[in-house]
Design a protein around this ligand. Structure first.
Ligand SMILES: O=C(O)c1cc(=O)[nH]c(=O)n1[C@@H]1O[C@H](COP(=O)(O)O)[C@@H](O)[C@H]1O
Length: 321
């Protein structure tokens, strides 16, 4: 333990990299459970209030499902990745459910990562960043956003679209994960394209992320021995392309890497060793379907999810060393 408290305690007082590493050490897990709730495929048992509107009923059921998933798997996890649109699609009740689920995750001591893949011009990016990670000054006083610990960001619009997230994150002890080399088949369409200098677009994106991360670390304090091992700006790197991991780690020596794509998309924890090289928090594996949908027909979904999460936690620990 480093003396840096785990996620919920006064985030602004400690840089994200140090907080993330402390959380992974304290919980002995580098696993984030992903919640992408489909209202038509929830765990059985939710009973919405009678006479509720469809949106209220669905949001109630989604929140109840999400709470039960978290209660089952939290002991094996360091955090939860909440897929924003899965909640937003239920309108205002869905957004309220997202906030309630985030609060429940925090109560369980989990890091809350909002997976919203934002990307916009600077002024709009600042609004998105405040909504996810910060607060907004108003004539009536500051208004808190969701209070997530970190958010995913799409880099297509370039440095000035990412920088507001880095700024809001730094001011609040939060983190950012920028899409660098995603897990989906379409990643090849653009990210693998060679640029004029022979490097691929994902390599150039990784360099941009490293540069923003170094600037953020410099702004937080001297880049000497006191600098946390991890920068506040991380990268999303699909577990479906493990051959890229060594090069990514070379380009991003201090970035936390968020690794989706294990299980349902074919990625394997055993292939991810290079991601963990920079120490606790350097590699974070996020798994949605293979945990939440782990149960065989007739099996208790909570027990199956608990077992799947525990087995992933152990597999990651074995690879991370
Ligand atoms: O940013 C992400 O979380 C993400 C990036 C990526 O490259 N691939 C990817 O599948 N994801 C997310 O991971 C989740 C799917 O996880 P699985 O159900 O475990 O395959 C969804 O929320 C995706 O949006």
């Amino acid at each position: 333990m480093t003396g840096v408290p785990a996620p919920a305690a006064d985030p602004a007082a400690h840089p994200w990299g140090a907080r993330l590493a402390a959380a992974v050490r304290a919980r002995e897990s580098a696993l984030l459970v992903g919640l992408d709730p489909d209202p038509s495929a929830l765990w059985p048992g939710a009973t919405p209030p009678s006479a509720a509107s469809p949106a209220d009923a669905a949001a109630h059921a989604v929140a109840d499902h999400a709470r039960r998933v978290l209660d089952a798997v939290a002991p094996a996890c360091v955090g939860v990745k909440l897929q924003s649109a899965s909640f937003e699609r239920l309108g205002a009740p869905g957004v309220a459910a997202l906030a309630r689920v985030a609060a429940h995750a925090r109560d369980l001591g989990l890091i809350v990562l909002l997976d919203a893949k934002r990307g916009d011009i600077d002024v709009s990016a600042a609004s998105y960043a405040a909504a996810a990670l910060g607060s907004t000054p108003t004539p009536w006083g500051p208004v808190e956003g969701l209070g997530a610990d970190a958010v995913t960001v799409a880099p297509y619009m370039g440095r000035d679209s990412i920088q507001p997230f880095a700024d809001v994150a730094a001011a609040n002890g939060r983190g950012v994960f920028v899409l660098v080399r995603t897990s989906n088949p379409g990643a090849g369409d653009l990210q693998e394209r060679p640029l004029g200098d022979g490097r691929s677009l994902w390599e150039r994106t990784a360099e941009l992320v490293a540069s923003i991360g170094t600037d953020a670390a410099r702004a937080a304090g001297p880049l000497g021995p006191e600098r946390p091992a991890l920068d506040p700006i991380g990268a999303v790197v699909g577990a479906t392309a493990p051959d890229h991991l060594e090069r990514l780690r070379e380009l991003l020596p201090r970035a936390p890497l968020l690794l989706p794509g294990v299980g349902a998309q074919g990625g394997r924890v055993e292939d991810l060793a290079a991601a963990f090289a920079a120490g606790p928090g350097a590699g974070l594996v996020t798994v949605s379907r293979s945990i939440v949908g782990a149960a065989a027909p007739g099996e208790d979904p909570a027990e199956a999810a608990r077992r799947a999460a525990e087995s992933l936690r152990a597999a990651i620990a074995a690879v991370a060393g």
